[in-house]
Design a binder for this molecule. Structure first.
Ligand SMILES: Cc1cc2nc3c(=O)[nH]c(=O)nc-3n(C[C@H](O)[C@H](O)[C@H](O)COP(=O)(O)O)c2cc1C
Length: 390
């Protein structure tokens, strides 16, 4: 008998067995070269964290230059990234850990400075209500089709590089979410308007990826999908929209659904009377068809055990930055030495690239485990996540 429920394997619908239920959440380290090529520092950072966990997901990688969201971001947009991307995949696959590349397009969540003079593109010409952002250009139908095909090409590169799968980043207010949201998508053609039309773009991306995977012959390649279940804006994505989208995703042939939230047990931000955790509603909507991956605030084995009692996979973000050997320490009965705080003197040992360290010690300081006091800014995690600001 495994010591904890999360140490047991899980087999996906494509027959791939993930050796345990602990996943490293996608977290950008902002450390790639200017052209999006992976640096050796990043490879060492991921290598250190693989081996114990069942699956390791990279930080978001853009699928095209116009989809870049911030400096230091990974890219899967051109063949030139392949040699280093292959080394990254190899490093991540140690000891049976599955390596997954998260792919995305930032849409309006970027600037013309980051795009080297190009105006950001989105579903509609509506500026995000965040400081420093610009009015994007509404995408033409041709551009929409191009982005769908870019996601396919990025997936082909992920396969060539040796990844076990990709995760479509449909969360955290980036382009795919911008198409789903009635806030950012006010198009009047078939790509906007009704809920059905707003689902068209994400579902078209999934189809394109499936076509690429089929052509590659790598039948067991994993396709995951990440959503943010709610927006606080009005109009915006409300839980009712998400609960209609989730069954479509369950039937679409993807292999897992990942829900991005600051806390696994979070309840609705828009309807305070509703006290049922959002993840439980989503689980019911999935109807057992595909596994649910949850994330947010998991630090201790007890936290992970509670979460895995209800949901198939538990992703861990910041705690795996602090403690790369979290699973290994549990397996070797050494839980007492699991680190829950990030000390500056451990940075080198933890292979934390300096841009990530800078980020954790500035924007993230109160919530990166650097402070012992309970800081009110921690609540920020539950609403607008700081990484959404890139
Ligand atoms: C430094 C940092 C970078 C992040 N980058 C991404 C990202 O690239 N893609 C993504 O979907 N989420 C990103 N996130 C969100 C995490 O995947 C995760 O949802 C969040 O940290 C909550 O989990 P935790 O409480 O275990 O840290 C990032 C979070 C952090 C702390």
């Amino acid at each position: 008998m495994a010591k904890y429920n999360f140490l047991t394997p899980f087999t996906l619908n494509n027959g791939v067995t993930i050796k345990n239920r602990i996943v490293m959440a996608p977290m950008t380290e902002m450390s790639s070269f200017e052209n999006g090529i992976v640096t050796n520092d990043e490879i060492e950072y991921y290598r250190l964290r693989s081996g114990g966990i069942g699956m390791e997901i990279t930080g978001c990688a853009n699928v095209s230059d116009l989809g870049k969201g911030f400096e230091g971001e990974l890219s899967a947009s051109k063949d030139a990234v392949l040699p280093q991307l292959s080394k990254l995949a190899q490093a991540m696959k140690s000891n049976g850990t599955k390596a997954v590349l998260q792919i995305f397009n930032a849409g309006r969540m970027t600037t013309s400075k980051i795009l080297r003079g190009e105006q950001p593109r989105s579903a509609s010409a509506i500026r995000a209500e965040r400081p420093g952002l610009e009015i994007p250009q509404e995408m033409t139908v041709e551009e929409i089709n191009q982005v769908i095909s870019d996601f396919g090409s990025a997936t082909k590169r992920a396969i060539q590089a040796g990844f076990d799968g990709v995760e479509i980043h449909g969360a955290n207010t980036y382009l795919i979410q911008q198409f789903f949201s009635p806030n950012s998508n006010q198009r009047t053609d078939e790509w906007g308007g009704s809920l059905e039309n707003r689902m068209r773009f994400p579902l078209a991306i999934i189809k394109e990826l499936q076509r690429v995977v089929k052509n590659s012959g790598k039948k067991d390649f994993i396709i995951g999908y990440r959503i943010s279940p709610e927006e606080i804006e009005n109009p915006g994505i409300h839980l009712e929209d998400t609960l209609q989208f989730v069954p479509k995703l369950a039937d679409s042939g993807i292999h897992y659904l990942h829900v991005s939230m600051g806390n696994v047990w979070r309840t609705s931000l828009n309807n305070k009377d509703d006290q049922e955790p959002i993840n439980q509603k989503i689980k019911a909507a999935l109807n057992g068809k595909i596994p649910l991956m949850v994330v947010g605030g998991v630090e201790t084995p007890a936290d992970a055990s509670k979460s895995t009692d209800e949901f198939e996979f538990t992703a861990i973000g910041r705690e795996l930055i602090r403690e790369p050997k979290w699973v290994e320490k549990i397996l070797s009965d050494d839980e007492g030495s699991i680190r829950y705080k990030l000390s500056p003197s451990d940075v080198e040992e933890l292979a934390i690239p300096s841009p990530l360290w800078d980020f954790l010690t500035t924007v993230f300081r109160p919530i990166a485990g650097l402070s012992t006091e309970k800081d009110p800014a921690a609540n920020f995690m539950d609403s607008v996540a700081p990484w959404e600001k890139f």
